[in-house]
Design a protein around this ligand. Sequence first.
Ligand code: HEM
Length: 312
Amino acid sequence: MRALTYVARMSNAKIANYLPWNDRNGRFSVLRLSVFALALMPAVWMALKWNAGWLSPKPFTDILRESGDWAMRFIVLVLAITPLRNAARWNRVIAVRRMIGLFAAFYLLVHFSFYFIDQNFVLWRIAMEIIRRLYLTIGFVALILFFALAATSSDAMVKRLGSGRWNTLHGLIYFAAFLSILHYFMQVRLKAYEPSLIAGLLIMLAGYRLLRKKTGGLAFMPLVFIAVFGAMAAALIEAGYYTYSMNAPFKVVLESNLDFSALEYSWEIRPAWYVLAAGLAFALIPVLKMVSDKLISLRSFSQMKTETARHR
Ligand code: HEM
């Protein structure tokens, strides 16, 4: 009986470790539960739209596109976690990095599965398409890389590979993200808004990684420079895309991308401005953290002084 109770307790502890809303010690975490619930929303929304018949006459293509979009957004999010931890010195946020990465892999699996369904599961045709169409070949290489990263994301795999080799392997996420954005642009059919926004954000995130590697920190001025650089890159990429695909005059498109007053004619703020806003907001995080740390230490210093005065 005692042995049975022991086994039951052990398996309960094991299950608790694997529940997505528990941390690695099996304790309930509000942060993990919130991220899990939010990350599941797009899938629930897609299922709901399917069920309610709110999709177009080609529902498989709709889900294929929407899951691809969400996979791309989760890839940006997972890359933002480490810079956020470093800038805000918020170590607990790392507890959701793997979860967000696995959600990116999940939406990719949905994306690829719906391509399979869309092609009526005809394997040889799918293989031929992937070989023949460059944007699918690129997507396929990215997919293999992402799945390799997801499969080696556990603690056991970090131990098995050793942290040096594991970090080198997981550094490939930037290459996979680059291939994904290329895949996105190559089939986007004149809707370059979101891919330009994502490309700008990815360039900014790569900049943070480079900055930390070179200087060991995230100082305010270099972060502002990276924000401006990322925004300029988004504007250039968007203008480059329209020039390449529509023969639009590069200079005119670039000027309108950078002209905030163009808002008078169209309510759409161009992607470069969102990239700039995100980058500047991020640059403020270490500053705000420093100010709040100073205020806290000042307050505890004055509390200590009052306590000492009272005891005299
Ligand atoms: C073998 C792997 C892949 C296949 C076969 C595939 C297939 C496709 C196809 C056929 C489309 C065009 C849908 C359409 O507009 O008709 C598409 C779009 C897209 N794919 Fe993939 N894909 C693959 C890998 C990836 C990867 C790794 C990503 C990374 C996130 C990705 C993200 C996207 C995105 C964002 C779109 C655009 C969706 C939109 O138009 O809103 N795909 N993919």
